[in-house]
Ligand binder design. Structure first.
Ligand code: FES
Length: 180
């Protein structure tokens, strides 16, 4: 990877989670034991907590696991899928060994991070944040807050290393290395 795009080191990304299929019996047991709602309002609140707990344990939350959550809480499946895809911290597939986190905070957004994200989606063959490329090599995440390096925006971290002043060409260069 070119040194010219490398700006500085930041906190390393969390280690990749082992890619195990989620045991749906485990999910059902979790729901039976810990997530029993008294009414629809509580059911909606518990749904997000349940998804987060599943991800905490397995490293991701599959759509099958979300279906168990929806069924147990008596919530429409579409509603639970919407939670899964809305929250940037939740992902439906395991993290790959390579994690690209694009900053989409206000400053980076003004500097064109949205366009770079679209390019990444195309290059990686994914359609939304939190997904892993079909070859399993790269997980793409988006951080909606500020990553604290606006002066080099638009920026991103790749496996914990910060890359700044990104352009479509620099993004291509980074992705080419990751997909080798
Ligand atoms: S908004 Fe991206 S680093 Fe501040």
């Amino acid at each position: 990877m070119s040194q010219s795009t490398e700006a500085q080191r930041v906190a390393p990304a969390p280690p990749p989670q082992p890619a195990q299929p989620i045991d749906l019996g485990w999910v059902q047991h979790l729901m039976d034991e810990e997530f029993n709602a008294r009414d629809w309002r509580e059911a909606n609140e518990l749904a997000l907590l349940a998804l987060m707990e599943i991800q905490e344990h397995w490293g991701y939350c599959s759509e099958d696991a979300a279906a168990v959550v929806a069924d147990h809480l008596g919530i429409e499946l579409q509603r639970v899928y919407a939670l899964l895809t809305f929250y940037g911290d939740l992902r439906t597939t395991p993290r790959a060994d390579n994690v690209y986190i694009a900053c989409d905070g206000a400053a980076c957004n003004v500097l064109g991070s949205g366009q770079l994200v679209e390019r990444l989606f195309d290059r990686l063959g994914i359609i939304r944040k939190g997904q892993t490329s079909p070859d399993g090599k790269v997980t793409m995440e988006i951080f909606s807050g500020c990553m604290g390096a606006c002066q080099i925006g638009p920026m991103a971290t790749v496996n914990g290393k910060a890359y700044g002043n990104l352009t479509p060409e620099k993004v291509d260069q980074i992705v080419n290395e990751l997909l080798k």
